[in-house]
Design a protein around this ligand. Sequence first.
Ligand code: MG
Ligand code: MG
Length: 250
Amino acid sequence: MITIKSPREIELLKQAGNVVYQTHQYIKPFIKEGITTKEIDRLCEEFIRSKGCTPSFKGCEGFPYSVCTSVNDCVVHGYPSNYKLKNGDIITVDIGACYKGYHGDSGWTYAVGNISDNDKYLMEHTEKALYEGIKKARVGNRVGDIGHAVYEYATKHHLGVVREFVGHGVGTSVHEDPSVPNYGKEGTGPLLKEGMVIAIEPMLTFGSEEIDILDNDLTAVTYDGSNAAHYEHTIAITKDGPILLTGVDK
Ligand code: MG
Ligand code: MG
C-alpha cells in the first residue's frame, strides 16, 4: 500500500533524512586508506545515535550492522568487516536513520585516494543517473517515468543497470511501497502524488549487470567482478517538485 504523508510526517522524515545527510558529511573525511569498514560502521552508528536516532538497517532483514559498506565489485548490502580500505578502492556507504519512528535512506559512493578513470566515469554517471530520476519525481508522473529516465541515462553511457534491487517508498518503514525500479516504461506504474516519499537509487556497473548473492543471502556482487556504484536520495514529492530529504538542493 502506498501511503501519502501528512505535512507533520514529512517534517519528521525531513529530520531523519537530515541526520542521514549529516552522517554522510561526518564519515566522508574518514574514508581513507587503512580504515576498516567495521570502523566506518561504528563511527556512523555513534553519530546517528548522538543525534537521537537509531540506525534503520540494524536488524533489517537480518542485517547485523548499522550501515552497509560495499567495496568495489560489491553492489549492495556489503557487511562491515576487518577489511582495510586500499588506495584506489571505491566504497558505497548506505546509511539509514530513524527519528521518532520515521526513516531516511541514502547511499553514496566514495573514492579512496586515487581511483581509476573507469571508476571516476562510473561514479560520475551513476550520480547523474540519480538526478535524472529525481527530475521525473513530479506530481502527475508515474514510477515508470523515473525508471525510464535512469535506465536511458545509464545505457546511453554504456553502464550496466542492476535490476534485482530497486528504490522504494520510505516512511514508518525504511522499505515501503511502491517499488521504484531503475528501468521502466514512461507513463506506466503507480501515479506520483503529493505527499509520497520515495528513495531513488540507481545501482550501475562498469561491466555486466548480472549479479551473484553471497552466502549470507544479502550481499550482492557483480558476476564479472566489475565495479559498481550506487547513489541514493530519499525525496518528497510536492506540488512544487521533488524535495531532497537526505541532501541539499544544488
Ligand atoms: Mg534504499
Ligand atoms: Mg539505502
